[in-house]
Design a protein. Structure first.
Length: 54
């Protein structure tokens, strides 16, 4: 249609800031998810055993 203006929508502006934040690789330690889950389970088991023995 002639003369009809369409607006270009780009989405929320805050979304691009979040994506840029997560794209930055920090200098922290790199730990795999398996190690984190294993340490969590080991801590839970140790707390349960400690509570049961005392």
């Amino acid at each position: 249609m002639k003369g009809v203006k369409t607006e270009k929508t780009t989405g929320p502006m805050s979304g691009s800031g979040i994506m840029r934040f997560f794209d930055v690789s920090g200098g922290g330690p790199k730990i795999s998810p398996e190690v984190v889950i294993g340490l969590s389970v080991a801590t839970i088991v140790l707390v349960i055993l400690g509570t049961a023995l005392l």
